[in-house]
Design a protein. Structure first.
Length: 90
């Protein structure tokens, strides 16, 4: 799992029939201070995220565990929109 920020959308009119209705978002990975890293992923949105929102992304086989992505050819899914981070600085 990782934190990311939605920075765009991928439009695809032709896709696998199991992905019809899926929204593909471009997610830039973030560090704990919400600074952008140089890495990104294309993720299926299962929660209605939008551009600019901080999200939690699952990848690999875990990405196929949501109700929307079950048994679909998905390698990354946005499974939560982050409201707040509480980080202890010791």
């Amino acid at each position: 799992m990782f934190l990311g920020k939605v920075i765009g959308t991928v439009w695809s009119t032709k896709k696998d029939e199991k992905l019809v209705g899926a929204k593909f978002l471009i997610v830039k990975k973030l560090d704990l201070k919400l600074g952008e890293k140089n890495d990104f992923v294309i993720a299926v949105d299962s929660v209605g995220a939008g551009e600019g929102e901080v999200v939690l992304v699952a990848t690999g086989s875990s990405s196929r565990q949501t109700d929307f992505t079950k048994d679909k050819p998905v390698d990354a899914v946005i499974m939560a929109i982050v409201d707040k981070l509480d980080i202890s600085e010791n």
